[in-house]
Design a protein around this ligand. Structure first.
Ligand code: AGP
Length: 611
């Protein structure tokens, strides 16, 4: 939530900042602003240009010829204070010598603000952020780094900040506590951002700033130290993503591009962990045989789409490893007293690796068990650094706010983890394992076939886009797929969608059914397919319209449905990976028909780094 960028070097900072912000707009788009040492007017002043609304509004407000060698920028997802010009970042102190951008929430901002107001500071916004600028002003004599550290020692909450000082014109000061920040290293120039795609055009050499660290970034150097002034030496990581992976590539939306990328992404995940000789290879996970055998329980903790992947993972781990699995919303897990102990494995799943609740759940788990594992997409993100083991999903950058390829690759990672654990525990034999691995390797091609139904799904979407309430049903491991389908539709089309295990219908939700509420039902081949058919008949008997996700060539299923969304057939345990494809496409096309802003749905941000 909120994106930060910074640049210092010989190039014109202004277009670099704007371009960086365009790559971070997925983190929030309530307002945007930049601050820079103005060279164009010869004033040499710290200038701020900011606007309410999308980045494009800011872009058109920047006078031609504006140039600077140093600057910071921000794209906002509002927490404290409505989206408006005054609340847009960057924020000044009273003297206009210090300017600051911030991502996160300052929890004690009220008391700090009262104190600062009493001391004569004048505030211009309703934001929590502005207190940091004034606090830095309080401590600032001649060393901005000192002042930033002193100020942050008083601040409680989660934040990543970047600040400039008019008096120290050769540096950007950045700090993090709870919100991500990366530094991109160039030749005679350096970059700062909340996320890697913002700097990919210029560099792939990245330093990840850690909790309670401050970086002083000049054009030639980066000095990192802790809030307590201990010097930190950190080697940059060269990341494998490139700029084109984070570009729209001619597609109308990132979401569609990312849906269609899934076979390749899945292939990438599988090939990272399943070797041609049938062995598993885990670079960042070395859960030994003894640990695996002694495991008592697995806790899977995540939010949103990642949670739905975890819910499918439960079925696989219980089936292949014989270990009970609990799945929990991270936001709930962290505020109860989970009975997790030293013989339990805590698996946290997160595309971004930065989700505040998931991170807190990981930290809580780590207090009770050393067996913590992150299933994460973003390289070097906080969860990967704090979890004892990491399985990267290797989906490549996911920009669309609605998660798609992150989901299928999380599923693949969970499946591989289940098979690996099963092997270590001796609950899966060698022959069975080889068979599963072969079936797994066929998946990318099957996904390709499922995606080839794109046009038919587009047609179905046209018939359904006029309805305002939807029910999603599934059973067994396809119940989480129904949940994920409903989430996709809600978040990008703003339509009401509810998901239930089909067997629950009779316990209440069936009362909703009439000709105005269509049902999307997962009815592909499985041991519960007949039960599913019965549930669908019950809906049809009440004049409900049903769009069924069915296997190609399943004539019985065809007869029952009003609309058919077909996927190829494979083993039952693999079907969730295919069944989600029509759900994603259906949500996408319905949202497009309704003219929604698919990649930037209202009120949402991709990376939820606040509670
Ligand atoms: C789903 O489309 C959303 N983007 C959201 O539910 C997301 O999955 C959730 O916020 C968790 O994010 P994470 O995977 O980065 O932790």
């Amino acid at each position: 939530m909120c994106g930060i960028v910074g640049y210092i070097g010989e190039k014109n900072a202004v277009p670099i900042l704007l371009e960086g912000l365009s790559k971070l707009e997925y983190r929030g788009y309530d307002s945007a602003g930049i601050s820079f040492l103005d060279e164009s007017t010869g004033s040499g002043q710290l200038k701020v240009i900011k606007r309410e609304g999308r980045l494009s509004v800011l872009e058109s407000a920047i006078p031609e010829g504006t140039s600077a060698r140093l600057g910071i920028g921000h794209t906002r997802w509002a927490t404290h204070g409505v989206p408006s010009f005054v609340n847009a970042h960057p924020h000044f102190d009273c003297t206009h010598e210090i300017v600051l951008v911030h991502n996160g929430i300052i929890e004690n901002y009220r008391e700090l603000k009262e104190k600062l107001l009493a001391g004569g500071h004048v505030f211009t916004s309703e934001t929590d952020t502005e207190v940091i600028a004034h606090l830095i002003e309080e401590y600032y004599e001649e060393d901005i780094e000192f002042a930033v550290k002193a100020a942050l020692n008083e601040v409680k909450g989660a934040y990543a900040i970047a600040a400039l000082s008019l008096r120290e014109r050769d540096r950007i000061i950045a700090a993090r506590m709870g919100s991500p920040l990366i530094i991109g290293l160039g030749e005679g120039e350096n970059f700062l951002a909340s996320d890697i795609p913002a700097v990919l055009k210029y560099t792939r050499r990245i330093i990840f700033l850690d909790e309670r660290e401050v970086a002083v970034i000049t054009k030639d150097e980066v000095h990192i130290s802790t809030f307590r002034n201990t010097r930190v030496e950190r080697e940059p990581v060269t990341i494998t993503w490139d700029e084109t992976m984070a570009a729209k590539d001619g597609y109308e939306h990132f979401m569609l591009k990312e849906i269609l990328e899934q076979p390749r992404a899945l292939q990438q995940t599988i090939s990272q962990y399943v070797c041609p000789d049938g062995k598993f290879s885990f670079e960042h996970m070395d859960l030994g045989e003894d640990t695996a055998r002694e495991l008592n329980r697995v806790f899977i903790i995540a939010c949103g789409t990642s949670l739905h992947a975890g819910m499918v993972g439960k079925y696989w781990i219980e089936q292949f490893c014989g270990i009970p699995v609990e799945v929990d919303y991270a936001s709930e897990f962290r505020y109860r007293s989970p009975l997790i102990s030293e013989r339990d494995l805590a698996v946290v799943i997160s595309q971004s690796g930065e989700t505040a609740d998931t991170l807190a759940a990981l930290r809580l788990s780590a207090e009770r068990t050393k067996h913590t594992l992150g299933i994460v997409n973003v390289l070097g993100s906080t969860i990967t650094r704090e979890a004892r083991h990491t399985i990267y999903t290797h989906a490549g950058p996911e920009i669309g706010v609605a998660s798609t390829k992150a989901f299928t690759t999380q599923l693949a990672a969970l499946l591989i983890l289940s098979l690996h654990l099963g092997k270590l525990r001796g609950s899966i034999g060698r022959h069975e394992l080889t068979l599963h691995q072969k079936q797994l390797s066929d998946l990318p091609q099957l996904l390709e076939t499922a995606l080839s139904m794109q046009e038919r799904i587009e047609e179905t979407a046209k018939s359904l886009a006029g309805y305002s309430d939807f029910l999603f049903l599934g059973r067994n491991m396809n119940f989480p797929i129904a949940l994920e389908g409903a989430l996709k539709l809600k978040e990008i089309s703003y339509l009401h969608a509810e998901a239930y295990p089909a067997g629950e219908m009779k316990h209440g939700p069936i009362a909703l059914i009439d000709e105005r509420m269509p049902t999307i039902a997962v009815a592909t081949g499985s041991h519960v397919q007949e039960k599913m058919f019965s549930n669908i008949q019950e809906i049809k008997a009440r004049r409900g319209l049903v769009a069924g996700i069915i296997n190609t060539g399943d004539s019985k299923a065809r007869e029952i449905m009003d609309f058919c969304l077909e996927v190829p057939e494979t083993q039952e345990y693999l079907m969730p990976l295919l069944n989600i494809i029509p759900m994603q496409l259906l949500a996408y096309y319905i949202a497009r028909d309704r003219g929604c802003d698919i990649d930037k749905p209202r009120n949402l941000a991709k990376s939820v780094t606040v509670e």
